[in-house]
Design a protein around this ligand. Structure first.
Ligand SMILES: [Zn+2]
Length: 476
């Protein structure tokens, strides 16, 4: 009977909603447009329709329909036949990341993706836009959708395998951020462990600002999705699994990067509950995780740094925060000259300190760029990274990695805090996988190191803005 409160909330939202601009354009369900996003050396970037289906009740805001944050490498728009903008959202995609790897130069690949928006009452045009080098969006795909078409599947979502357990209920789905935590690599008898893992990692998230003070703006639900065996796929370790969501390590051949490429399975499973954001917990000891803006995030639950991974990856997925680190290996092409101003809220190329996007947060008296002990930090970090590669290469027990990361944290946390501008907001060179030409807001942040420092001031503000976007209630 634990699903009852959730059902009642949905009902309350549907019945209690006054006539509004939302109701003129939209019904109470979610429309999901599934498509294949393909590319490769000869294909160019291609979008191909898969299906249009109902994806459960609409859990997003009924007030903040147009996304004014200008985040993400992609965004989509929904317009009516007068071309009036009804809905928009920025997003990241695994395709977009893959496109920057070496593999995309020699191999064609297809990634399944979904666009989710409130169910339109009349025919609409859905367009996908891609951010160009000059930061402007350009249209790359357009699709007319008539909700009355016989090719739009209006069957309600019914076939669910998992059980939904509310963890935090703060109010109607349409007026709260709805986070869904899903089990992966847990057998049916391990669901008690999943619930304990979910609660532990969520406590770590809500211990950090601004999540701590905005806890009441969140609903959190856990989806129990039993796997046949414990653990997820780890190709580089020679441990193979096929789990309900297809979560796997070694995405783009990175030792720690973990995602699912089976978007259809993920969306079908997730439609068991109202949600806007997804974090999948992988029942694994090996350090790893991943996070794609407005797509999904993952974290392994049993490494010594699982809490850090959970919070860091949620930063990518939820608020489009960029990685502030630059000394560990990544699969993406780096070292690009003349890079444009990054769109990520916490990274800058610092072309003009006077127009720095976090200028109003800069600590008075802090030089831009801000001096820091970069060489000493890099020297220490390079030695750690070499030992890290060696640990993975010889497939050492995970305790070796835990110990190395603890040693690194012990050094970096003190080192960064003790510097002259160790607590200031400024612009510190070294960010976004680049040692030169990109800058981060503070010496330390959970997007930079595994130190116990939480999010920097700039990341906090970026997160608060997204909480506002999803928790805004309609005017009554
Ligand atoms: Zn930060």
């Amino acid at each position: 009977m634990r699903f009852l409160p959730v059902l009642l909330l949905w009902l309350a939202v549907t019945v209690g909603q006054p006539a509004s601009s939302f109701n003129r354009s939209f019904g109470s369900d979610t429309m999901r447009v599934d498509y294949f996003h393909t590319g490769g050396p000869k294909a160019g970037e291609t979008f191909a329709l898969d299906q249009v289906v109902i994806d459960g009740p609409w859990a997003g805001s009924r007030a903040a329909l147009v996304d004014d944050t200008n985040l993400g490498p992609y965004m989509f728009e929904v317009r009516d036949k007068t071309a009036a903008l009804l809905y928009s959202r920025g997003f990241g995609s695994i395709y977009g990341e893959w496109e920057t790897t070496a593999e995309s130069k020699t191999l064609h690949r297809t990634f399944h993706e979904s666009l989710r928006f409130p169910w339109p009452r009349d025919a609409v045009t859905v367009t996908v836009h891609k951010r160009q080098a000059d930061n402007r969006f350009q249209r790359v795909w357009s699709l007319d959708v008539d909700p009355a078409s016989r090719f739009v599947n209006r069957a309600p979502v019914t076939a669910h395998h998992g059980r939904v357990v509310p963890i935090l209920e703060s109010g109607p789905a349409t007026e709260k951020v709805d986070l869904l935590v899903i089990s992966e690599g847990y057998t049916a008898v391990e669901m008690t462990k999943f619930q304990a893992d979910a609660k532990r990692l969520l406590e770590a998230l809500f211990a950090e600002e601004p999540f701590r003070s905005r806890r009441g703006d969140f609903n959190v639900r856990a989806l129990e999705l039993p796997s046949g065996a414990s653990g997820v796929n780890r190709p580089n370790a020679g441990v193979f699994r096929r789990t309900p969501l297809g979560v796997q390590y070694n995405i783009f051949d990175s030792e720690r990067y973990m995602l699912t490429l089976d978007n259809r399975a993920l969306r079908d499973a997730a439609s068991a509950a109202p949600y806007e954001f997804i974090e999948i917990l992988a029942n694994e000891r090996t350090y790893g995780g991943g996070g794609v803006f407005n797509d999904h995030a993952t974290a392994s639950v049993d490494s010594a740094f699982s809490e850090y991974v959970f919070v860091h990856e949620f930063g990518h997925h939820f608020a489009a925060l960029g990685d502030e680190y630059y000394t560990s290996d990544v699969a993406y092409a780096t070292g690009v000259k003349d890079r444009p101003e990054p769109w990520e809220p916490n990274l800058t190329a610092l072309e003009d300190p006077a127009t720095l996007k976090w200028r109003d947060l800069v600590t008075p008296g802090t030089p831009l760029p801000t001096p820091w002990d970069k060489d000493a930090f890099e020297q220490h970090s390079a030695a750690i990274q070499a030992r890290r590669r060696e640990i993975r290469k010889r497939n050492a027990p995970e305790e070796a990695m835990d110990a190395l990361f603890a040693e690194q944290q012990n050094f970096e946390e003190k080192f960064l805090a003790a510097m002259k501008y160790g607590q200031a907001v400024g612009a510190f060179e070294g960010a976004g996988y680049e040692a030169k030409g990109l800058y981060r807001p503070q010496a330390d942040c959970i997007m930079f190191t595994r130190d116990s420092v939480g999010f920097c001031q700039v990341c906090r503000r970026a997160i608060a803005r997204i909480i506002d976007l999803y928790s805004r209630a309609p005017r009554r």
